[in-house]
Design a protein around this ligand. Structure first.
Ligand code: SIN
Length: 287
């Protein structure tokens, strides 16, 4: 399929696009992969409709976008394919709070790809919020201050909560933490973005948890404003592909008594410090 066949339709003013007329289970040529990469990096999250993705085809699709050339390593999961499930009798879901995936990794994942397998009769949306627009709207003074800071990301709290869920009882995930710049330059676009999230960011490097809390809470609240959001209403065959380096997401838990099953793969990213992604750097990989 040529790149001319693919359509891109913006959804909201600041985030989100729907990509049409492409079968992501097929062997896409490099130009189409480059165009999808560019669309994800520009819009933060993209949605594909009416797809039929086996686990193997989803993994093959994901690996085409790797920034390292290799598969993503996720210490939270033994498998390259993660099934995210909420059963009828469960009250808690996975991902029901604003976060970006795997920011606790020394090499954070660039992207996540999520395919709907079983959906509730209504609800179970996923909301996304742009950290890049949130950064743009901060005062120059706060932007400059944050650009000198690093933040610590830690998966302990999330692992502890997930281990209460029956499907993760035997998962044996590793506890991991890493520090990253609080403001990064996107490796593909060079655009600056906040890089903190409520799920995994615990404190600023060199600051205590208590000292960090007021500024972090302020930033979390800023990032979660409705203006920065887009909300996906899943349909059978919908696939979302989002950029963890500039977008938060939130799995809305409003469908108790019904089952929801999603299939997730992760796209390998790069070590942000080493790849010129600090705010002070003036180059991007794509520049
Ligand atoms: C996740 O947090 O990665 C899952 C999102 C969802 O299930 O909607």
């Amino acid at each position: 399929m040529s790149t001319n066949d693919m359509t891109v339709t913006r959804i909201n003013g600041l985030i989100g696009a729907e990509i049409g007329n492409v079968d992501i289970a097929s062997d896409l040529d490099d130009r189409v992969i480059a165009q999808i990469t560019d669309t994800v990096a520009r819009h933060g999250v993209v949605f594909f409709r009416d797809q039929d993705l086996s686990p193997e085809r989803q993994l093959a699709f994901s690996n085409r976008f790797s920034l390292t050339g290799g598969p993503n390593e996720n210490p939270m999961s033994l498998s390259q394919i993660t099934m995210i499930e909420k059963e009828e009798q469960q009250l808690k879901n996975v991902g029901g709070g604003w976060h970006a995936d795997q920011t606790f990794n020394p090499v954070p994942s660039w992207g996540s790809i999520l395919a709907a397998k079983v959906l509730p009769s209504a609800g179970g949306d996923t909301a996304f919020a742009t950290l890049a627009a949130a950064y743009d709207d901060l005062s120059p003074g706060l932007q400059a201050q944050l650009e000198t800071m690093r933040a610590v990301h830690d998966n302990t709290r999330v692992i502890t909560a997930m281990s209460q869920l029956p499907q993760y009882a035997n998962a044996n995930p590793k506890f991991v933490r890493a520090a990253h710049p609080a403001v990064i330059r996107h490796p593909l676009t060079g655009r600056k973005s906040l890089f903190v999230n409520r799920g995994y960011t615990t404190h600023f490097e060199g600051w205590t948890v208590e000292e960090s809390a007021p500024l972090l809470q302020y930033l979390f609240q800023r990032c979660e404003r409705p203006e920065y959001q887009v909300r996906l209403k899943w349909r059978p065959g919908t696939v979302a592909f989002w950029d963890n380096l500039q977008v938060l997401h939130y799995a809305v838990n409003d469908y108790h008594g019904e089952r929801r099953l999603m299939q997730r793969t992760s796209v390998a990213g790069i070590a942000l410090d080493e790849a010129g992604c600090t705010a002070a750097a003036n180059t991007a990989l794509a520049a």
